[in-house]
Design a binder for this molecule. Structure first.
Ligand code: PHE
Ligand code: ZN
Length: 884
């Protein structure tokens, strides 16, 4: 019999199969005897039958555990009194109430998957979301089982002086034999995925925060002693987040202490464990010398994100993992508005939409497309996606837009109030908003159920005699795996009308008595095709639609390059100004691509040069926005705009455009660069950040102009920089220049920073993104460098991830070398860390969009993975869905 097929087909979990848990855990007492080689866990669970649950045996999850003993109400259970498989423990015939004592042993230093209890450098730490707790002890490891945890940790005092878990510290003591113990108690019932434990020789930086009701909270950041100078920014961000959540959502912190720990080995960005957030060191540590402005920005938002989870995720959690976006979409939406409030709202929106359109739209158009609330999965770790997070955030944002700010706040108040301490669904979230405001969001809920990016077509017509302006909106959504047809979405469409001089026109729909004043109004689109008639429109307007990107859709709105150029300088909405500029640039670049393909001579668009000049000299425009508007779309984004991407022509077209704009406007770039080069000490604030970003954009054009003197200027900037933003910007430009200066720049950068992991990762990433022809050979060489370990996810993402995702010219090399390289690495990684391996596969998401030859090569790479025996469920699921 052929068993490989069954071995290779891991179980599919369906939303439709959801059942309440048969047994509940009221209390969990955990005792850890810590040791990196063998840790002993004694778990005492106070359990009872769930009155609402099904009649079923008690099943506990458990993976890679050694079971030492099992006791029921104090009596040892013999082997014939329970059943054990590789993933479960089944105990039949249980009373309605009972106490289970389970003793297991685990091996943290063998754990390279970084799930459960593992060793990172010299720190022992846990990662339990989504299903890591079952690698610590047997437990009903599902989010709808919420329990009060008390955790005692015992360990060698010298080796593990700091021992942390969730909640408040209750007691501690010392034994005679050199060991010590500590007991933590978390009064808030929580699911097992929020459990955390950390032990190590850690430095702590302390601060405090007084909540709105006067509660004093101790704030502590724990780091390896070598990182003790890198905590300030995270602490500041944390206090900003705590204050903001009180002011904006009325949410207050609920324990005596809030702790953050930084670890070097982490699969994701950070984790919101109750009272004890664990962070990827790269997402929390920063000094101006070692972190760029973008890093500072990201750290501020991730610290806030994890903190916000204390309410949106922890106090109110998810019923099952299909509801993941309940906490993630909402929390991303919250961190995005936090960042918008603290920094530039326009820049924040541009960055968020840019990320969504380049990553999530590709996911929605590919083989892994899934709804914001999926209905099936093989491996839940594969569903921590841009759809769940970023599209999920857009969905919550649309609800806010449709109901209004005050109404939305009323809705979230009701949601937190009604469901505090519960594990709920996205339907419960929507219901709370509806109930608080008497609105009907039933059609809107399709955003949670239907995958794919809707396409919105806009047609307009002006009747100069009747003074009527007609706006027709047609929506359609392409088929996605498992969903052939779609129902119309409920779409908030933000529009404004501009006259020839760029002035906003009043908007009065034909059934309205009064015109709407103000620049923008929200139209509610619910039908497949819908017409809006504006009356009393005195002159022919130009409609600016989807302002602020009011819905995550693809817009088909045929504007001429001149109309785009007009909006680029005149639109009242900053986002749409930027977007009009991007569309204009894309039109021009795609024409250049066509010219390259047909061997036509390439010409520079004077229209674009004129607009760039106007933007660059606009004194009223925020320099951060100027920098964004002068930044050309990435090659990947351009590839997504073509039916069949032509990687080489795209690269060539983009280089041509950049170089020629640079040559045309060299004087202006030069002048702006010099003006922004005033020496002043580094500070992280919106104004200074804006200046640095514009300065670096100017430098990149100057270098692109091809003038060798500009390289000297680039080297000078690197030499003089007192911050990583300016240093790295210089290095990025240098790595695309072959020659001795490049090698020297890379060598001295490494010599200066080799002790600093965060900086070394930048050094790896910069080289992986180089356009020079020998990049893959160099990447392979760097894998043998002392700076690289395949077991460290940040190293892998910096080098292999960067090459495969952000170096399209070399990754898509015609000989297939990039694809083969990726396949080889995935197979190595799958044995060590399946989650990281599965993520790397994302680089092949769009493989079916490429030309015949490349498709064939990518398919071969995928098949070479699919052929392997014993693939992890993570890689198996993605590879089979890609090939399906
Ligand atoms: N829940 C984390 C967050 O988004 C992400 C995460 C998921 C971290 C799974 C680790 C494992 O805040
Ligand atoms: Zn999150």
């Amino acid at each position: 019999m052929d068993t490989s097929a069954t071995e290779q087909s891991p179980k599919v979990t369906l939303l439709a199969d959801y059942e309440q848990p048969a047994y509940l855990v009221d209390e969990a007492l955990l005792q850890f005897d810590l040791d990196s080689a063998k840790t002993r866990v004694v778990s005492t669970l106070t359990m009872r039958k769930n009155p609402q649950g099904p009649e079923a045996d008690c099943i506990l999850d458990g993976e890679a555990l050694t079971l030492v003993s099992l006791k029921l109400d104090g009596k040892k259970l013999e082997g014939n009194q329970f059943q054990r498989t590789t993933s479960q423990l089944l105990i039949p015939n249980l009373p309605d109430k009972f106490e289970l004592e389970i003793i297991t042993e685990i091996e943290p230093d063998q754990n390279t998957a970084l799930e459960g209890l593992y060793y990172s450098g010299s720190i022992l730490c846990t990662q339990c979301e989504a299903e890591g707790f079952r690698r610590i002890t047997y437990y009903p490891d599902r989010p709808d089982v919420m329990s009060v945890f008390t955790v005692t940790i015992v360990a060698d005092r010298e080796k593990w002086p700091v021992m942390l878990s969730n909640g408040n510290m209750e007691d501690q003591g010392v034994f005679d034999d050199g060991r010590h113990w500590v007991r933590w108690h978390d009064p808030h019932p929580k699911p097992s995925y929020l459990f955390a434990l950390v032990a190590g020789d850690l430095h702590v930086q302390q601060d405090s925060f007084t909540t709105q009701s006067g509660r004093e909270v101790a704030l502590r950041i724990y780091v390896d002693p070598e990182n003790k100078h890198k905590c300030d920014h995270a602490l500041t961000s944390l206090k900003q987040a705590m204050k903001w959540d009180e002011d904006t959502y009325g949410r207050e912190y609920d324990l005596d202490v809030f702790m953050i720990v930084a670890v070097n080995d982490f699969n994701m960005g950070a984790m919101e464990n109750k009272g004890l957030n664990i962070f990827n060191a790269a997402c929390v540590l920063a000094t101006p010398e070692t972190a760029t402005d973008d890093d500072f920005y990201t750290i501020q938002s991730i610290v806030a994100h994890e903190y916000f989870h204390n309410w949106s995720g922890n106090r109110v959690t998810c019923r099952d993992w299909f509801q993941l976006s309940l906490k993630e979409g909402f929390t991303v939406m919250r961190d995005q508005s936090f960042s918008a409030d603290l920094n530039s709202a326009a820049v924040q929106r541009i960055d968020d939409v840019n990320g969504l359109r380049s990553m999530q739209f590709a996911e929605d158009a590919g083989p892994m497309a899934h709804p914001v609330r999926p209905d099936s999965y093989i491996e839940i770790s594969n569903f921590y996606t841009v759809t769940i997070y970023e599209k999920g955030a857009e969905v919550v944002r649309m609800i806010n837009t449709l109901v209004g700010d005050e109404e939305f706040r009323k809705g979230t108040d009701l949601y937190f109030d009604r469901h505090d301490g519960q594990a709920v669904t996205t339907d419960d979230f929507v219901k709370a908003i509806e109930d608080a405001n008497a609105v009907d969001l039933s059609q809107f809920k399709r955003w949670y159920e239907q995958a794919g990016t809707p396409e919105l077509t806009i047609d307009t017509n002006y009747d100069p005699i009747e003074h009527r302006f007609t706006l027709t909106v047609t929506q359609a959504c392409p088929a996605t795996p498992g969903q052939a047809t779609k129902q119309p979405f409920h779409i908030p469409l933000a529009v404004g009308l501009l006259d020839k001089s760029g002035t906003s026109l009043d908007m009065q729909l034909e059934d309205e008595a009064e015109p709407h004043h103000g620049d923008t109004r929200i139209l509610s689109v619910t039908e497949a095709s819908q017409t809006f008639e504006f009356i009393n429109v005195s002159s022919e307007p130009l409609a600016s639609v989807l302002r602020g990107f009011s819905a995550p859709v693809k817009l088909k709105y045929d504007l001429s390059n001149h109309q785009l150029a007009f909006l680029m300088v005149n639109d009242k909405d900053s986002f749409n100004r930027w977007d009009a500029g991007q569309k204009l640039i894309i039109n021009i670049l795609l024409e250049l691509v066509a010219d390259i393909q047909q061997n036509n001579p390439l010409v520079l668009s004077s229209l674009l040069v004129n607009q760039f000049e106007r933007i660059l000299t606009d004194k009223k425009l925020d320099p951060a926005l100027i920098a964004k508007m002068l930044t050309l779309p990435t090659e990947n984004y351009l590839a997504a705009q073509m039916t069949t991407p032509d990687v080489d022509a795209i690269h060539q077209a983009r280089e041509f455009l950049k170089r020629n704009i640079a040559v045309s406007l060299k004087g202006l770039f030069n002048q702006t660069y010099e003006k922004l080069s005033v020496k002043k000490a580094y500070d992280f604030n919106a104004d200074d950040m804006a200046m640095r970003s514009l300065k670096n954009v100017c430098l990149s054009y100057l270098v692109a102009s091809g003038d060798p003197l500009q390289l000297q200027r680039c080297l000078r900037q690197m030499k003089q920089a007192d911050n990583m933003t300016e240093l790295l910007a210089g290095l990025r430009l240098m790595v695309d220049q072959s020659g001795l200066e490049r090698e020297n720049a890379l060598r001295s950068f490494y010599e200066q920073w080799k002790q600093d992991r965060q900086v070394v990762d930048k050094w790896l990433a910069v080289q992986a993104a180089s356009t020079l022809p020998d990049t893959l050979i160099r990447v392979k060489g760097l894998m043998k460098h002392e700076a690289f370990s395949i077991k460290n996810p940040n190293n892998v993402r910096a080098l292999i991830g960067m090459f495969c995702r952000n170096n399209p010219v070399h990754f898509h090399a015609k000989d297939g070398s990039g694809y083969r390289f990726l396949a080889e690495q995935i197979l190595v990684l799958d044995k060590l860390n399946p989650q990281v391996a599965a993520r790397m596969l994302g680089a092949l998401n769009s493989w079916r969009r490429y030309d015949e030859q490349r498709q064939q090569l990518m398919k071969q790479a995928l098949e070479s993975i699919a052929e392997q025996q014993d693939l992890s469920a993570d890689v198996y699921e993605i590879v089979t869905k890609y090939l399906a």
